[in-house]
Design a protein around this ligand. Structure first.
Ligand code: PEP
Ligand code: MG
Length: 588
């Protein structure tokens, strides 16, 4: 039994076999083989060496005739390594000793050699490292050929283990079979983490080396509350985790029972709980969890799969389908927030992959304002759809008022075009996200030009404390409880209330019960939440009065560091709804 600790990002307990995905850099997953298959692995390695030697001889001959014998000797060096019996017998020893595939044996021996060469003082050896990598790649290509993705052949429930997953890979996971997700990289509000939560898949990120520790086929427990990944658990641990998983499912069921209860505080203050979604087909489930509408539709996800860029008509139909599914409840459509970690394969000519700081780069509204065709097409689709039901438009990542004015100008231009063409358009409130400190600090100015704000704390935190939201190495510094973040949120709510415009909060903080009392105390009455977290927040709302929340918010704002803020909020929450913290907080 081995236990690793990472960052819990989606609650729930999963018990299943692990499937370890190889990453693009030819990290080879450790796969065990049955005893009677070991000889076949030895044969595969010998055949790969023989084929590689033949290729190297050919290459050596061709290079010698074109470029001369000195350069051709490089391949002579590669061939020499492959003929070195000491190296070849190390491959075979790993297969026998660890009962693993030939591919893994080659990978681990060559990797060790590269590490040893790199550690040398001698420049000659360090320069040979690229030769080792080259040879490793050659052998692995012989051994593995065109690899089928480990996920495509999945037939039984599994916990997926990967170095990292892109948001689109996560979105494509088969929910029927994927029981959990564990990655080496990632932070609390990376989009992969948000998606896993939205999909209701227990997940841990930032486990650092889980891909090296786990082997496909290992039994595994993934505790998405505490962030524990347990490999090859013993019987006692399995029993305990199964009991916890059952208790969690029962609590989920009880919480879902709150679905038809209003989100009203004990003194009768109404709170609106909306849902965050990435795809239209999430709407029915969001309603199941008790959402009163959609507070954030992340439309960029429509552009992030391999199906290409959706046309205006396709976008229109997608939005209309969401409006219909909502049956009169509001739909807040956020315009494209592409860039940084959200890449659209069909728009690669717009993304600059060499951008040194993509989170500070040409992303989101900036990208749209530089590519007006793309932006106008989306706005046309949204405005056309708005004649079918209540739609609101929201611009992301606004960082100065000129940007907001430009976006609004494009919107009114598109509206005029539609009206000229006699196409019906509804009344569409226009809002913006507050997710950079410059916008939060200028909230009272910006409030004069929009109908509503939505505070995006996922980005607001990262830009306020200068911590990349998807970097596990500095995840301890990423927290919404930082007094500077609290100050900004307070300022935004105050400015919105003063200007009498709407204000909501749609970052992951909205779905963390630890912050609910504080946010209500600051005056927020609309929260937009990842659907599975809605019932837990409703339970807190229904258990407290607003005056008490205000007192709690005042006291929380008096601390000078995030630890004290969090400890205090945790204590207060525990007094009001005992048990709500354990297992529910993601501590954003
Ligand atoms: C946010 O930044 O808080 C937000 C809701 O947007 P996203 O997570 O999509 O960046
Ligand atoms: Mg954001």
């Amino acid at each position: 039994m081995q236990s690793r600790r990472g960052i819990p990002v989606s609650p729930g307990i999963a018990i299943a076999k692990a499937v370890v995905l190889d990453n693009d850099e030819q990290t080879v997953a450790k796969r065990h083989v049955a005893k009677d298959k070991i000889q076949a692995e030895h044969d595969l390695v010998d055949a790969a060496i023989a084929d590689s030697l033949k290729d190297l001889e050919d290459l050596r001959g061709q290079t010698a005739s074109v470029l001369g014998s000195q350069l051709a000797d490089i391949f002579g060096f590669h061939a020499g390594l492959l003929k070195d019996q000491a190296i070849v017998s190390r491959f075979h020893a790993v297969i026998d000793g660890e009962q693993v595939t030939g591919a893994y044996a080659v990978f681990s021996v060559m990797q060790d050699m590269a590490d040893q060469f790199l550690a040398q003082d001698n420049a000659f050896f360090r320069e040979r490292v690229s030769d080792i990598y080259d040879l490793k790649r050659r052998l692995l290509t012989e051994l593995m050929g065109e690899q089928r993705s480990a996920l495509s052949g999945l037939t039984e429930p599994a916990i997926v283990i990967a170095h990292d997953l892109t948001p689109s890979q996560t979105a494509a996971l088969d929910r029927k079979l994927i029981r959990g997700l564990a990655t080496d990289l990632g932070g609390r509000t990376s989009h992969t983490a948000i998606l896993a939560h939205a999909l209701g898949i227990p997940a841990i990120v930032g486990l650092k080396d889980i891909t090296r520790r786990a082997a496909t086929g290992d039994t595994m427990i993934l505790d998405g509350h505490r962030g524990h990944a347990i490999l090859q658990p013993d019987a006692a641990q399995l029993l305990e985790s199964r009991q916890e998983a059952r208790a969690y499912r029962e609590e989920e069921k009880a919480l879902k029972g709150l679905r038809d209860q209003p989100a009203i505080t004990t003194d009768g203050t109404e709170v609106t709980l909306l849902a965050n979604i990435e795809f239209t087909d999430e709407v029915p489930e969001a309603l199941e969890y008790g959402a009163q509408g959609i507070g954030l539709y992340r439309t960029e996800f429509l552009f992030m799969d391999d199906d290409g860029v959706p046309t205006e008509q396709q976008q229109y139909e997608t939005y209309v389908a969401a409006i219909k599914a909502l049956g009169g409840r509001p739909l807040t459509i956020r315009t494209l927030d592409l860039g940084a970690d959200k890449i659209a394969p069909g728009l690669m000519d717009l993304h600059d992959e060499a951008e040194p700081n993509p989170f500070l780069g040409c992303r989101s509204i900036r990208l749209c304002l530089q590519h007006l065709d793309l932006f106008r097409t989306q706005l046309r689709a949204i405005l056309r759809a708005s004649s079918e039901g209540p739609v609101r438009i929201m611009f992301p990542l606004i960082c100065n008022i000129m940007e907001l004015r430009q976006a609004k100008m494009v919107l009114s231009d598109v509206r005029e075009d539609l009206e000229d063409q006699g196409i019906a358009v509804g009344q569409v409130p226009v809002g913006m996200m507050i997710e950079v400190p410059s916008a939060a600090l200028q909230a009272s100015v910006l409030a004069k030009e929009v109908d509503f704000f939505s505070v995006g704390t996922n980005d607001l935190i990262q830009y306020t404390v200068a911590v990349d939201r998807s970097n596990e190495r500095i995840a301890n510094l990423y927290t919404g409880a930082h007094p500077a973040v609290l100050e900004l949120i307070k300022n935004v709510v105050r400015a919105a209330n003063h200007a009498k415009i709407g204000v909501s909060l749609c970052g992951e903080m909205a779905g963390d019960p630890e912050f609910t009392l504080l946010l209500l105390g600051y005056g927020l009455r609309v929260l937009s939440i990842t659907p599975p977290a809605i019932p837990g927040i409703k339970r807190v709302v229904r258990s407290v009065g607003i005056e008490r929340c205000k007192r709690i918010a005042r006291k929380a704002s008096s601390f000078d560091n995030d630890r004290e803020v969090l400890n205090y909020l945790r204590e207060e929450l525990n007094r009001i709804t005992p048990g709500a913290v354990a297992g529910r907080s993601m501590n954003y």
